[in-house]
Write a protein that binds this ligand. Structure first.
Ligand SMILES: [Zn+2]
Ligand SMILES: [Zn+2]
Length: 921
């Protein structure tokens, strides 16, 4: 017995059931294909969400697009691997656990590193799976057997190997760097964890005496205490006010140090006095300027933001106390010129609210140029394609201006740097295994460097480490380079660029299995070290008013909430239908509501089909095995009537469109053409047209059987077409189509429809268009004449061409039923002048109904119609007059346009004469 569909479409229950089923049956698990495999391969790495993450609209869009592309490839016969996992997310996770500890009155440092790490792992075990559970709810067709976590043993081992190799190759070094420092947490924090606030503050102007003259240079600052660490004054090289001071020195007040006047773009002539103080150890921009001019870096604070011995008389003071004293002394000594009110932006620690202090500290760096050169080349030579193309330019610009990468973080949660310091001779040892003694002095007092690596270090390695690197594995031969990466713009540099750099470096010389590479369509690519062949950057999801979603604005839409109300399928469909490449999505719930109605429409159509199929003959549903073989078009379909030939033709054309759109990431086109076909053509017209043929009482049984079989097969094919976008409802109905359990465990494994040229039938499309036009015109006339819906009307039809008369004659029953007509009479004269009539280029139709028409509104309608026609004629003329268009457009398009022009002209003539007839002015 087939699985029956419940009366009402309730996405919640259906979706949960199939999501669980797919996982239990391991439908998307991909065992390593053995040598000799010749099928194409499609591999996609999931951008790993943070283990602390919760699903947001950005994920939802990303996951929807990935799942559509993945399901589409799988159904087209690719060995399809979608690799899921989570990122340990260093700072985010550490802070999450610290927050917990704080509530218990505990502190990380008091606990000690080992105990704290145990605690984080405990947290991870308990809560770390939440985001993946949410993904499961979305139906993401990933290989759960290959799920990874960036701190798994094998991945951590690979991270260590990479670090040591880079060090051995001279690509890792230690140096000073400015970081965002939270004096309360005593740690560096990333830019992402700094919260910026506008506050009312002060701007102080201080004058520095120029050495060997009686002149002064005045600078302005909001942090006067940092002047104790100044090592230069900068003026803009083009600023003529200061040309005479180039090469001179000033005497730093309070410290009595001589410091140079340098010329640098850091100083903006239009800003303040045009001169700025340079404090390389306490400001990131000054730090960069200091590097450019080889300035000393004088750090005047310790890790608690207290002044240190470099601050002379101010040593030991808290930074704000020091500020007061410095200002007092400057004023006293005549160096303070002014104190002004000033609105400034200050950075605070996102968690404790302490004001961030930019701080100079010793960090580990990767020498990036050699890595970046190869990564740039991979994109320049199109070994990696970036879509949309504007991101390619952005990427290349960035690669040309890249700085060394600071990879160390002062955190505990993460991959600890494999470096040890000798307590006796201070030698630094970088090694794969924990060393037992110092190679330089034989001492055994070795201590591992406390820092961990930037989270992006390990995630940058994922394309090959998840495939078994540093071992040489069969998985790498098959699945590397991965095929595609779908991700957000905001991590193009953080992540995408790093993967390209690491991939090109560590996988250099790698070759993908030749047969698989060829079958997958990459024979023209030379470079198999790249981590992926293509990158697709998706847009942002904004709110309905195109505002960026943010917590502070309170306009964040929670995808789980939308799913709860409208279902995952409808939510996925919304995002797909709005996802034109390079365009942000203004998410509007009313669209989702509309797509829920779409799902409902399909549901009701399926129930209608089952009712009829079972009534006509039990066992008419396809048995085991149908749909298993890939085939073009719709199999088992016998086109006996116009509507059959028409729907078959439309199906094949839509199928061609959808396949083409998906191949170029035009998700919106794919979704919208399926929608228009399924609802607008299949449900609204085809189902209505074949209704009488399904009715056995009215017709013979063999005709009914043909109609039922056609319906089932077309439905099956349409479900497969829709499946990648709406996986749940399609699975539910598809499973119900089969009399017995199908051989295939899921529609997800059934072949994706391919267009069959032979099933395209333009004549039937034209015929059907006229028929639809006729029905719609009669319906409109009925509405205008205010005919009761139940009242049948008689109509007259005038058509020049005999084929049209024959076609209408042949489909008389359909017109009568669909427009509630009791009698159709063909007449030999134009009906255009009659009240209650409509004219098209092909026919005139007149509804015989005894109500006087409203001349005023009829005139208004005709004028509007005339206007529309004239516009149409005008734009057609413009196109036909455009030589470029004529040169480029296919002949059929031009011919169609000419034909359309003639039709419009005929219509215009008819409308004008009717206007005259009615005496409209
Ligand atoms: Zn803090
Ligand atoms: Zn030593």
């Amino acid at each position: 017995m087939p699985h029956e569909l419940p009366k009402a479409y309730e996405p919640g229950a259906i979706e949960k059931r199939w999501a669980d089923y797919w996982i239990q049956e391991k439908l998307f698990s991909v065992p390593t294909p053995p040598p000799g495999e010749t099928r194409p391969v499609f591999t996609l790495l999931l951008p790993p969400p943070n283990v602390t993450g919760r699903l947001h609209m950005g994920h939802m869009l990303n996951q929807t697009q990935m799942d559509i592309i993945v399901r589409w490839h799988r159904m087209r016969g690719f060995i399809t691997l979608w690799l899921p996992g989570t990122d340990h997310a260093g700072i985010a996770t550490q802070m999450m656990v610290e927050k917990q500890l704080e509530k218990e009155g505990k502190k990380r440092r008091e606990m000690g590193r080992e105990k704290f790490m145990e605690r984080v792992w405990e947290w991870k075990r308990e809560y770390g799976g939440a985001i993946l559970d949410q993904m499961k709810r979305l139906g993401a067709s990933v290989d759960w057997d290959r799920e990874y976590f960036t701190m798994d043993d094998n991945l951590s081992h690979a991270v260590r190997e990479v670090f040591v190799r880079l060090y051995e190759e001279g690509l890792i070094y230690r140096g000073n760097y400015i970081v965002n420092w939270c004096p309360w947490h005593e740690t560096a924090i990333s830019d992402l964890e700094v919260k910026h606030e506008e506050v009312a503050g002060k701007l102080w102007e201080i004058r520095y005496p120029v050495v060997g003259s009686s002149q002064f240079i005045t600078v302005a600052t909001t942090r006067p205490e940092t002047m104790l660490g100044d090592t230069a004054i900068a003026v803009n090289p083009k600023d003529e006010r200061y040309t005479h001071l180039h090469g001179k020195k000033v005497l730093l007040p309070l410290m009595n140090r001589e410091i140079p006047i340098i010329t640098d773009e850091l100083a903006q002539p239009e800003f303040g006095t045009g001169a700025v103080k340079v404090t390389p150890a306490h400001d990131p921009n000054d730090f960069e300027a200091g590097k450019r001019h080889n300035l000393p870096e004088i750090n005047v604070m310790d890790e608690h933001a207290h002044m240190n011995q470099n601050a002379g008389a101010y040593a030991g003071l808290d930074r704000f106390e020091a500020r007061k004293r410095v200002l007092h002394d400057l004023r006293e000594q005549g160096f303070l010129v002014a104190e002004k009110d000033y609105t400034l932006s200050i950075g605070k620690c996102d968690r404790c609210g302490t004001i961030i202090e930019p701080r100079l500290s010793e960090q580990w760096f990767i020498k990036i140029k050699p890595l970046a050169d190869r990564a740039r080349e991979a994109v320049e030579t199109d070994e990696i394609t970036i879509v949309p193309e504007n991101y390619r330019t952005i990427y290349l610009n960035w690669m040309n201006n890249i700085h060394d990468w600071c990879v160390s973080r002062q955190l505990w949660w993460g991959h600890r740097i494999p470096a040890w310091t000798c307590g006796s001779c201070k030698e630094v040892i970088v090694a794969r295994e924990t060393p037992s003694k110092c190679p330089k002095c034989d001492g055994s007092k070795l201590e591992q460097v406390p820092d961990v690596l930037d989270t992006w270090f390990s995630s940058g390695l994922l394309p090959f480490t998840t495939l078994g690197w540093p071992e040489k594995t069969r998985d790498q031969a098959v699945f590397y380079p991965t095929t595609l990466l779908i991700t957000a713009y905001e991590i193009l540099f953080f992540w995408v660029a790093r993967m390209i750099m690491f991939g090109c470096h560590f996988m250099q010389g790698h070759e993908q299995d030749g047969a698989i590479k060829k079958a997958s369509g990459w024979a023209n690519k030379k470079n198999d070290s790249v981590p992926f062949r293509e990158v697709y950057i998706h847009a942002l999801v904004r709110d309905a008013e195109r505002q960026k979603m943010s917590k502070t604005k309170g306009n964040v839409v929670d995808p789980l909430d939308v799913i709860e109300r409208f279902g995952t399928d409808a939510t996925r469909f919304t995002l797909a239908s709005m996802a034109a490449p390079g365009t942000d999505i203004a998410f509007n719930e009313s669209r989702t509501e509309g797509y829920r109605a779409f799902a409902n429409k399909i549901w009701n159509a399926a129930r209608f089909m089952f009712m009829n199929v079972d009534r006509v003959e039990p066992g008419l549903r396809p048995g085991d095995g149908r749909g298993v073989r890939p085939y073009a078009g719709v199999a088992g379909f016998r086109a006996v009537a116009l509507e059959d030939r028409w729907i078959l033709s439309r199906f094949n054309r839509v199928t061609a469109n959808v396949n083409e759109a998906l191949a170029t990431y035009r998700f919106h086109e794919a979704a919208n053409s399926i929608y228009d076909f399924f609802w607008g053509e299949f449900c609204d017209w085809y189902l209505e047209l074949i209704k009488p043929r399904l009715n056995i009482e009215g017709t013979d049984k063999s005709a009914a059987k043909i109609a039922c079989t056609n319906l089932v097969n077309l439905f099956d094919a349409s479900l497969r077409l829709l499946h990648p976008v709406m996986p749940f409802i399609t699975e539910e109905i598809w499973q119900a189509i089969y009399d017995e359990k199908p051989t295939l465990k899921s529609i997800a494994l059934a072949p994706y429809p391919q267009a069959d040229e032979k099933q395209v039938d333009l004549a039937s499309e034209t015929g059907m268009a006229i028929l639809q036009d006729l029905v719609v015109n009669i319906r409109n006339l009925r509405a205008e004449l205010k005919v009761e819906p139940k009242t049948k009307v008689s109509i007259e039809v005038f058509a020049h061409e005999s084929e049209i008369r024959a076609m209408v004659e042949h489909n008389r029953g359909a017109v009568e039923r669909l427009a509630n007509v009791e009698k159709i009479t063909f007449v030999g004269r134009s009906l255009a002048k009659l009240a209650g009539s409509r004219s098209t280029a092909r026919f005139d139709v007149h509804v015989i109904y005894e109500r006087k028409i409203d001349v005023v509104s009829e005139c208004a309608r005709l004028k509007k119609e005339l206007d529309r026609l004239e516009k149409g004629i005008g734009s057609g003329l413009r196109q036909l007059g455009n030589e470029q268009f004529l040169a480029k457009a296919p002949q059929t398009v031009v011919d169609n346009l000419r034909k359309q022009q003639q039709e419009l002209a005929v219509l215009k003539e008819k409308t004008v004469s009717k206007l005259k007839e009615l005496g409209c002015n």
